[in-house]
Design a binder for this molecule. Structure first.
Ligand SMILES: [Zn+2]
Length: 400
């Protein structure tokens, strides 16, 4: 695909028809015209173009309504592919997915310490090139990048990536120049939220918040089916919601942010603080042989270690308090939790639900649905894929 290939999608009618097919497939031309209120000739012309571009295909024959059976249309999910990239703390995950989000291949690259902008971009470009070389018979339609920190999604610039200590990385510009396809860049938690909304078809639910809890904590807010950025792009930074004004100092300079209490590193810090007085805990013994991690705390909890279970219960309580605040501000229909810490599953989910039940002021909102992401370790990279998919099928979703 050549650069600017999305231009042919910029026609609103085309996007409307393509999205109608995606959400209602298999569907006939007549049904599309009826449901989109576009004229049958318009639908006919655009469907012909979409068929020529191999974005859709003719599938089975539908039920006849008097005349001959109509030809049904469906998205040609394997006609084009998208590269999704999740820039983590020490590694970058690259995936190739088809238009339905099915992962075809993946690649991982390590990030070196104190990387320069040039080195970082080279690592990203090498990872993309390796995947394209491995899957060279596929047709690519775009690259999505989920990046931690503050991102100017419109310009595709990573304004501040605290883990890399880099500022103003022109990711979109550089990748579009080299790979000649559309590139979208978004904050990782926001991309994750978009992916959840897109792949789990929760857009109908209108409002949801997806919280990414790993080394840091961030969230993406979807309102009326659209990613909400806020005036200055920091909507959803719940890692810096202040939970304990007398608490530990956060990297942002404030005290007692959620991130200082419930992130992976915070779980380790809180465990170490009480480990000496808990010599009967498995963790007390494990720590003598290896560095303590949040994963080990989870593992000990699975082995019924009381200290580990208490630490995770408290972690769930802190997240629950933050989410009760979120419910009181946004009142979302659904809350989804992803990231490394979400692997603790029920150990944190149960206390979160208990806090909501106890603290939220409306009977109905007390029961706000909270669940662990089913996208697993691919949450952010599939979210990056969704940045391109939503642009293709529903360009208004990510409009800023
Ligand atoms: Zn903070």
């Amino acid at each position: 695909m050549q650069r600017g290939s999305f231009q042919w999608m910029k026609s609103l009618n085309k996007a409307i028809i393509l999205n109608k097919i995606r959400t209602s497939e298999p569907i006939s031309r007549a049904q599309i015209a009826k449901e989109t209120k576009l004229t049958p000739p318009t639908v006919g012309t655009i469907v012909k173009e979409l068929l020529e571009q191999q974005l859709i295909q003719e599938s089975s024959l539908g039920e006849s309504q008097g005349g001959r059976k109509p030809t049904m249309l469906a998205v040609n999910t394997s006609g084009f592919h998208i590269i999704g990239i999740d820039v983590g703390l020490s590694t970058i995950q690259f995936i190739v997915a088809d238009l339905s989000g099915k992962i075809i291949d993946e690649q991982e690259e390590s990030l070196i310490m104190n990387v320069t902008e040039e080195e970082f971009l080279t690592i990203v470009m090498n990872g993309i090139q390796k995947l394209i070389d491995k899957q060279s018979d596929l047709k690519y339609i775009g690259i999505g990048v989920a990046m931690h920190g503050i991102v100017d999604a419109e310009k595709g610039v990573a304004e501040f990536a605290p883990n890399l200590k880099l500022r103003n990385i022109p990711i979109k510009e550089k990748l579009e120049e080299v790979f000649e396809m559309d590139v979208k860049v978004e904050n990782d938690a926001k991309a994750f939220a978009l992916g959840e909304a897109w792949f789990l078809q929760q857009l109908e639910q209108k409002s949801m918040i997806a919280v990414n809890i790993g080394r840091g904590i961030g969230a993406g807010i979807v309102i009326d089916g659209k990613l909400y950025n806020g005036e200055h792009g920091i909507a959803g930074e719940i890692g810096h919601m202040i939970i304990d004004i007398h608490g530990r100092k956060c990297s942002c300079g404030n005290n007692g942010c959620l991130q200082t209490l419930a992130s992976g590193p915070a779980i380790v810090t809180r465990t170490l603080e009480v480990l000496e007085e808990n010599s009967d805990s498995l963790l007390y013994h494990w720590k003598k042989e290896q560095e303590l991690t949040a994963e080990l705390v989870h593992q000990a909890a699975l082995e019924e270690d009381q200290l580990a279970r208490q630490i995770l219960r408290e972690t769930g309580n802190y997240i629950g308090i933050a989410l009760a605040n979120v419910v009181h501000v946004y009142n979302p229909s659904t809350i989804i939790i992803g990231g490394g810490v979400s692997k603790a599953g029920e150990f944190i989910l149960h206390p979160i639900q208990e806090v909501l039940k106890h603290s939220v002021i409306s009977e109905k909102a007390k029961a706000t649905a909270v669940s662990i992401s089913r996208l697993g370790e691919y949450g952010s990279s599939l979210g990056a894929v969704a940045l391109i998919l939503s642009e293709l099928f529903e360009p208004e979703m990510t409009d800023h």
